[in-house]
Design a protein around this ligand. Structure first.
Ligand SMILES: Cc1ncc(COP(=O)(O)O)c(C=O)c1O
Length: 381
C-alpha cells in the first residue's frame, strides 16, 4: 500500500470554477479574489481579508504595514518562512521556546525574551491547534506588542470558540498541504481598514487601486504608487479554487479530526507521545504529529517510508539551528532545550480527509511493526 503524506481534496466544482474564470477572460486579482476575501473574512469572523500569493508574503506585509523594524518574538519550532518574513521586513527575530505537549510557543519563555526593543510577537498555530491566546493577549497588552498570528497550519481551528487569525493580524497559507488549498496562496485577516488597505497596496506595486478597480474609472491608466510595493497578489484563478475549498473546509476538518481520533485510539503506546488537544481548543489536524520517546526518529520515518507510509518530520532542524540563523543571530545548540528535544523526536504521519479505514489501519500496523523492529535492532535514541 502507498499512502502519501497528504492529498488535496479537489472535485469537479474546483475544476468548473477554474474553467469559468478562464472563459471570463479576467485572470488576475478581480471579482473572484474579492468574493473569496469577503467569504474568508466572514468565516474567520473579522472585518477584512486581503488575498495574496502566499502566507510568507502576508507575514512580511503585516510587519511592514505595522512599521515593525525592532525585535519580533517567534518560536524557532516552525517552518523557516515565519522567521524569513521577519528578516525580509527589516526586523530582528528573537527565538522563543515551546511547551513540550502542544509544541506551541511558551508564554513563560516569551516573557523572558522581552527587551526594550521588542515590538511584536508572532505566534505560530502549529499543525492545526491554536496557541494559548489568553496568555498571549495578556503579554501583548502588558508589553504593548503587536500580535501577528502565523496561522498557515491552522485554518478553521478555534480558541475559546474564536477562530485563529481573529486575535491579531492573521496570516494563512493555501499551499497544497494545508487545511484548504489554492495551489499557492495566502490571506491576511484583520479588523483595521486602513491597515488592510495598506497591505493591499503593498501587494499591488504600492498602488492603492487595483487594475480591476481602476477599470471602473474614467481614466484607468492613471496610477498612483504611494509606496515602493511588490507584486504579491492572488490571481482570480486561485481565488476560484479557494471559494470552493472554503465551502467544504468545515467538513474536511471534521474528517481530519475523526481520522486523528482514530489514530489516537489505536496508537496509545508507551513508545509514543500522541498529539494532544487542549481544553479550550478545536484542533483541525493540518498535520498529525507524534513524539517518539524511545526509538530513533529518523529510523522510524525511514521504516515507515519503506512500507509505503510517506511519513515525515516537522520541523527539523528548528530555525535557530539552520545555518543562516545560527550564524547571523549567533544561535547555538542548547539555546532552546524543549524545541531541540521536540525537533529530535517529532514525526509526521499522513493526514488528509480522504484517508480510508483500511489506510488508517495500515498506518497503525506499520507504526507498530517499525517500533518493534527498531527495538529488536536496538535503534534507540
Ligand atoms: C508555520 C508556517 N508558516 C508559513 C508558511 C509559509 O506558507 P506559504 O508557503 O503559503 O508561504 C508555512 C508553510 O508551510 C508554515 O507551515
Amino acid at each position: 500500500m502507498n499512502i502519501p503524506l497528504c492529498i488535496p481534496m479537489i472535485s469537479q466544482k474546483e475544476i468548473e470554477a477554474v474553467r469559468s474564470v478562464l472563459e471570463s477572460g479576467w485572470f488576475t486579482h478581480g471579482p473572484k479574489t474579492q468574493e473569496f476575501e469577503e467569504s474568508f473574512a466572514d468565516y474567520i469572523g473579522v472585518k477584512r481579508a486581503v488575498s495574496l500569493n502566499s502566507c510568507t508574503s502576508g507575514l512580511q506585509l503585516a510587519l511592514e504595514a505595522l512599521g515593525i523594524r525592532g525585535e519580533v518574538l517567534v518560536p524557532s519550532f516552525t517552518f523557516v518562512a515565519s522567521a524569513n518574513a521577519i528578516v525580509k521586513a527589516g526586523a530582528h527575530p528573537v527565538f522563543v521556546d515551546i511547551d513540550y505537549d502542544t509544541c506551541l510557543i511558551s508564554a513563560q519563555d516569551a516573557i523572558k525574551k522581552i527587551t526594550s526593543k521588542t515590538e511584536a510577537i508572532m505566534v505560530v498555530h502549529y499543525a492545526g491547534q491554536s496557541c494559548d491566546m489568553s496568555s498571549i493577549l495578556a503579554i501583548a497588552d502588558k508589553y504593548n506588542l503587536k500580535l501577528i498570528e502565523d496561522s498557515a497550519e491552522t485554518i478553521g481551528g478555534t480558541y475559546c470558540q474564536k477562530k485563529t487569525g481573529s486575535f491579531g493580524l492573521g496570516c494563512f497559507s493555501f499551499f497544497p498541504t494545508k487545511n484548504m488549498t489554492t495551489g499557492e496562496g495566502g490571506m491576511v485577516t484583520l479588523n483595521d481598514d486602513s491597515l488592510a488597505d495598506k497591505i493591499r497596496a503593498y501587494a499591488g506595486h504600492g498602488i492603492e487601486k487595483s487594475t480591476y478597480c481602476r477599470e471602473k474609472e474614467t481614466q484607468p491608466w492613471h496610477r498612483a504608487a504611494c509606496f515602493a510595493g511588490y507584486n504579491y497578489r492572488m490571481s482570480d484563478l486561485a481565488a476560484a479554487i479557494g471559494i470552493e475549498q472554503l465551502k467544504k473546509l468545515d467538513s474536511m476538518n471534521e474528517s481530519r479530526r475523526s481520522n486523528s481520533q482514530y489514530l489516537n485510539s489505536q496508537l496509545a503506546l508507551e513508545e509514543i507521545d500522541l498529539p494532544c488537544e487542549k481544553k479550550n481548543c478545536r484542533h483541525v489536524y493540518q498535520m498529525y504529529t507524534l513524539k517518539l520517546k524511545t526509538v530513533n526518529r529518523d529510523d522510524f520515518v525511514l521504516g515507515l517510508r519503506a512500507r509505503g507510509v510517506m511519513a515525515s518530520a516537522h520541523f527539523v532542524p528548528p530555525v535557530h539551528l539552520q545555518p543562516f540563523y545560527s550564524e547571523k543571530y549567533n544561535c547555538k545548540k542548547g539555546d532552546l532545550p524543549v524545541t531541540e528535544q521536540v525537533s529530535e523526536r517529532i514525526a509526521t504521519l499522513p493526514m488528509y480527509p480522504q484517508l480510508t479505514e483500511k489506510e488508517l489501519d495500515y498506518i497503525v500496523s506499520s507504526v507498530k511493526e517499525v517500533l518493534s523492529q527498531l527495538k529488536k535492532e536496538g535503534k534507540c535514541q
